[in-house]
Design a protein around this ligand. Structure first.
Ligand code: URA
Length: 252
């Protein structure tokens, strides 16, 4: 490995093939607390890694940072270390009515409103989640009693203009992005988030499995304000679903 941004040695991952991938380094320990014998492995920049076990099987938890570029570094280096199945454990802003804060959205595919995935495949290539991982996530949500929504999410490189937020410093959104939230809603997309498209495209072309579950922290049809209590519960729900899915996923 030319550069090891994650600062992980091969022996530390202990033969794990499943990685749970939050964006937020602080979410790593929260996820690891659901695993057996969990311990911290490394922290470098936005990448924090813990390992733990589910039914005796090692599971790695590594934060990817925000957005496709840093996620692509984490997934590339984890693949080199032997990881083969990747589950993003994120947060999302819903754009369709009927999706409540605290629910989770399980991405079946993602709009490539980002740039990193273009370094792995041309834009005509679809960003689609692995079917088996997605089915296991949905079944896990059902078992955990977490309300879930399956569908397309919009992966945007930016939190503000790309997700058509007008309550910003300048309030300015480029003409080509004005009306984009309504466009994606009309096309049936469930929510905005920032990493699924990069994850799905790079895993598909690398022969790896990927899925994504995101806790809904706000519904933009109703409000622009994120309620911290709802956000915390949304995060916990996404974690419960991802951990239950990891313990049910058949080995590759
Ligand atoms: N993450 C996003 O990318 N957008 C939101 O609105 C909430 C979480």
């Amino acid at each position: 490995m030319a550069i090891n941004h994650l600062q992980l040695a091969p022996e530390q991952v202990a033969g794990s093939t499943i990685a749970l991938l939050p964006g937020d380094p602080e979410r790593v320990e929260k996820i690891a607390s659901h695993l057996e014998d969990a311990r911290h492995l490394a922290t470098a920049r936005e990448f924090t890694s813990w390992i733990g076990f589910l039914g005796g099987r090692p599971v790695l938890v590594t934060s990817t940072g925000i957005g496709g570029p840093s996620l692509s570094i984490a997934v590339e280096e984890l693949a080199q270390l032997g990881l083969r199945t990747f589950v993003r454990v994120g947060t999302a802003g819903a754009i369709r009515p009927g999706i409540a804060p605290r629910d989770v959205v399980i991405s079946t595919g993602a709009v490539r409103l980002e740039g990193a995935s273009r370094h792995f495949a041309p834009v005509e290539f679809p960003a689609v989640a692995d079917h088996e991982v997605t089915a296991v996530l949905a079944a896990a949500a059902g078992r955990e009693g977490v309300r879930f929504h399956l569908g397309i999410t919009v992966s945007s490189d930016t939190f503000y203009p790309g997700q058509e937020r007008h309550d910003t410093f300048t309030g300015y959104v480029l003409p080509e992005l004005r009306g984009s939230l309504e466009k994606w809603r009309s096309l049936g997309a469930r929510a905005y988030e920032m990493e699924a498209a990069t994850l799905f495209v790079m895993c598909a072309v690398m022969g790896l499995r990927a899925g994504a579950v995101c806790g809904v922290v706000v519904n933009r049809s109703e409000s622009e304000a994120i309620d911290p209590a709802a956000a915390e519960e949304a995060e916990q729900n996404a974690i419960r679903v991802a951990v239950a899915a990891a313990s049910a996923l058949p080995a590759e």
